[in-house]
Ligand binder design. Structure first.
Ligand code: F3S
Length: 283
């Protein structure tokens, strides 16, 4: 059995940095630690943190009731409102927003203050996008398909600043920008897709096109893992989406000679290694 593990599999720079910040706080902080939303889309890691006393809160209102607390902002970032609430409630913030996401916050904040309408290409319901919207000082649209673009109701020549969710598909982004361009606006387009995602997708596609089976590891609710799975499935029909080694049905890999392994941005190295070891030992 020939096994290829993607070099880009697993934690990206931003996620690694955020997770490390939480473990760092566990060591040094005397205050109770909270994260706003799970620190990453990985149940194993979130469970481990819970056992070490880190709690997850999800609603802005919950921040107001925290006492003697530290609130860690995850790599996805949050809206400006959350910082304001924390500050007014005397809650200390440890900001683990990925610098690439922070850059988007700064862009949309500055450009909207200068009078541009902001168009965010991304998934409306994703926390990263909700956070970005929360830094716009004016009008914004979130678009992920042609219908959303049709709904952009602005005058011709209007100044439009386009940014992207960091994990958005590169080709789809270009296609949507092309459609927006035909509407006659004065466009300032900034491709804010993160290279980590792009590189992981390119490598996954390349590996998937050369193997008999492909394993994609990641949390169920991780959108970047979902995208990786779709990309691999297009190249290799025998693509399996698993969360941990226990989801792996080795019987399906029986007559297979080569296998590829990749993982989403929030998959810990430990889980990737477990899957690798399991596949290697079995065949
Ligand atoms: Fe940051 Fe890119 Fe990861 S934006 S959180 S390094 S996918």
């Amino acid at each position: 059995m020939d096994i290829t593990i993607a070099k880009t599999a697993g934690f990206c720079f931003g996620v690694k940095r955020a997770v490390e910040k939480v473990y760092e706080q566990i060591e040094v902080s005397e205050k109770k630690i909270y994260t706003f939303g799970p620190i990453i889309h990985n149940e194993e890691v979130v469970k481990d943190l819970e056992e070490k006393g880190v709690s997850v809160i999800n609603e802005p209102d919950e921040i107001k009731n925290l006492k003697d607390a530290i609130l860690i902002i995850r790599s996805h970032g949050v809206s400006k409102e959350i910082y304001d609430i924390a500050e007014n409630s005397g809650v200390e913030i440890i900001d683990a927003t990925c610098p690439f996401v922070k850059r988007i916050h700064n862009i949309v904040s500055e450009e909207s203050k200068k009078g541009s309408t902001i168009v965010i290409i991304g998934n409306k319901a994703h926390p990263e996008v909700e956070g970005i919207v929360g830094w716009v000082d004016g009008k914004s649209y979130v678009v992920s398909n042609e219908e959303d673009i049709e709904a952009i109701d602005e005058k011709k020549d209007e100044k439009i600043c386009i940014v992207s969710q960091t994990t958005f598909n590169y080709n789809k982004f270009n296609k949507l920008v092309e459609i927006i361009s035909k509407k006659g606006y004065d466009i300032n387009c900034l491709n804010t897709i993160c290279n980590a995602t792009h590189e992981r997708q390119i490598e996954a596609k390349q590996i998937a096109s050369n193997v008999d089976a492909m394993i994609v590891i990641g949390g169920k609710s991780s959108s970047n893992t979902q995208k990786l799975y779709e990309i691999c499935k297009e190249q290799c029909d025998n693509t399996y989406y698993i969360q941990t080694v226990s989801d792996l049905d080795l019987c399906k890999l029986n007559s297979i000679k080569s296998i590829g392994i990749t993982a989403g941005a929030s998959t810990p190295k430990k889980i990737i290694e477990e899957v690798h070891t399991n596949v290697r030992n079995e065949f």
